[in-house]
Design a protein around this ligand. Structure first.
Ligand code: NQM
Length: 377
């Protein structure tokens, strides 16, 4: 439980890496029940709003300015439930409207570390509900027994994901039913391709799609980019970022998401033909800063677009075939493999996706927030 510590409040917290993201994870029951107080605690914990997050544990980038709030399952067929919170370093809000498949990778390890899930064998599987969008994932982690017979989360191993140095224990994630997570349907405009008019650019072909993350997929060349840039190059190119943001605002409305100026989605995905033996090359903006790799559900969604005939991604993709294609999504720090299972009766329909992540417990203790922010009794 959270408690007073001098002039501050100590909130029990595990600081974890999930995939290529990182942030504090909380037992939801240790946080204030009142949402506005809860958000104030989370902002204070991360040190937002401040682009350097110097007075908190946030990492001054959207990928390291995330939180997880976890609780035991409350409905049949769900073992663990969590809410993902996205904070922008210089923002003053906690956005709980979208998914994060990277932070998701740390949820089952957190649940075992905190006793919410008791491992039964060398491999522990659980159904994890992301409350943000109602998405359920089947997750498996390694839980070997130590010398005294007690099982623990194994973090060490040989599994590698691009964007993280070294090997780690594999975390297998399977998704069903991710279509329309935020935008309501897989193709919210009803089309596999739309042409939108962008001021100073002209007509731009896009694929507007949501298979777990709402994306605008656009051919990089159409915006004067290559699709092979370093993230720093994109972040330093104000003219390119202005075009991308103008396109995003138009597409947000077209996707039924309203005015997305202050929203963290849709994410922008610049695509080009693959360069390193993969299926397609991507450069993501999340949504105004370049991603160093690609989000998990962004990769699932981009991979899904590759199988849809007529999509912008399909135009540039190569080697995506069969009823269980492994789509290798190239990104700035390597590639992300997504296995898609297609409906045999309708090979344009993705019914399941599976992928590999890793996670690690980095620090365990309390995060301190001023008691002026929250003073539990
Ligand atoms: O798309 C970044 C990330 C993400 C989200 C973002 C994610 C996903 O890499 O599922 O994982 O798009 O903000 O963690």
């Amino acid at each position: 439980r959270s408690r007073r510590r001098g002039s501050q409040t100590a909130v029990p917290c595990l600081f974890m890496r999930g995939g290529t993201s990182r942030g504090p994870f909380f037992d939801e029951r240790a946080l204030p029940a009142d949402v506005s107080t809860r958000d104030a605690v989370l902002l204070a914990a991360l040190g937002s709003p401040d682009e350097r997050q110097i007075d908190g544990v946030g990492g001054a980038h959207p990928l390291t300015s995330k939180v997880g709030m976890v609780r035991p399952g409350t409905r049949p067929g769900v073992d663990v439930e969590w809410t993902f919170g996205q904070v922008q370093p210089d923002g003053d809000a906690v956005d709980v409207t979208a998914n994060c498949g990277n932070m998701l990778a740390a949820v089952l390890p957190f649940a075992v570390e905190t006793g919410m899930v008791v491992p039964a064998g060398d491999r522990t599987t659980a159904r994890v509900l992301t409350r943000n969008t109602g998405m359920v994932a089947e997750i498996a982690i390694r839980t070997p027994a130590g010398p005294d017979g007690t099982r623990h989360v194994e973090y060490a191993g040989d599994a590698r994901i691009d964007g993280v140095r070294g090997g780690a224990a594999p975390i297998e994630i399977g998704f069903l039913d991710t279509a329309g997570s935020v935008a309501g349907s897989l193709l919210p405009t009803g089309n596999v391709r739309d042409t939108v008019e962008v001021p100073d650019v002209g007509p731009v072909d896009v694929t507007l799609i949501d298979n777990g993350q709402p994306l605008v997929i656009v051919e990089a060349g159409r915006l004067g980019a290559t699709g092979y840039e370093d993230p720093a190059e994109i972040d330093g190119d104000d003219a390119l970022k202005a075009k991308v943001e103008a396109l995003r605002l138009i597409c947000g409305r077209a996707m039924g998401l309203g005015d997305v100026a202050a929203k963290n989605y849709p994410k922008m995905t610049l695509v080009a033909s693959p360069r390193h033996g993969g299926s397609l090359s991507t450069r993501s903006l999340i949504p105004r800063v370049a991603h160093r790799s690609i989000g998990v559900l962004a990769a699932v969604t981009a991979a899904t677009a590759c199988v849809l005939e007529g999509s912008v991604a399909h135009d540039v993709a190569s080697g995506v075939s069969g009823t269980e294609p492994v789509v290798s999504v190239e990104h700035p720090s390597g590639e992300f493999s997504v296995t898609l299972v297609l409906d045999p009766a309708d090979p344009q329909r993705v019914v399941r996706s599976a992928l590999l992540r890793t996670a690690r417990l980095l620090m365990s203790g309390d995060v301190l927030v001023p008691s002026s922010v929250w003073n539990p009794v």
